[in-house]
Design a protein around this ligand. Structure first.
Ligand code: FES
Length: 107
């Protein structure tokens, strides 16, 4: 179990715990984070779990798959260079304290 930080579109900062086997999407939905819709349940088919990785962390994440890359092109909110799908992000020891910004819409 570790903690990550979410920044809501209104600037509110919220720390949530993430289990060792959870994706950041699963942790966010378990905490009732409404900005993460996750329509497909984490199967990399919907892009409604879109997040913006904080700039300081973006280069530390593993590369995205071709499927994730393609799905992000269809995200409801603007795609940015730091966009990722939270269902594809699991917290490894070097990502403890990760900061994610939540987009203003997912659909
Ligand atoms: S939950 Fe559907 S792509 Fe992440």
């Amino acid at each position: 179990m570790t903690t990550i930080t979410l920044i809501h579109p209104d600037g509110q900062v919220q720390a949530i715990d993430v289990g060792s086997d959870e994706s950041t999407m699963q942790a966010a939905t378990r905490h009732g984070i409404t900005e993460i819709v996750a329509e497909c349940g984490g199967n990399a088919m919907c892009a409604t779990c879109h997040v913006y990785v904080d700039d300081a962390w973006a280069s530390r994440l593993p590369a995205m798959s071709d499927d994730e890359d393609a799905l992000l092109d269809g995200a409801a909110a603007e795609r940015l260079p730091t966009s990722r799908l939270s269902c594809q992000l699991k917290i490894t020891p070097d990502l403890v304290g990760l900061v994610l910004r939540l987009p203003d819409r997912q659909v």
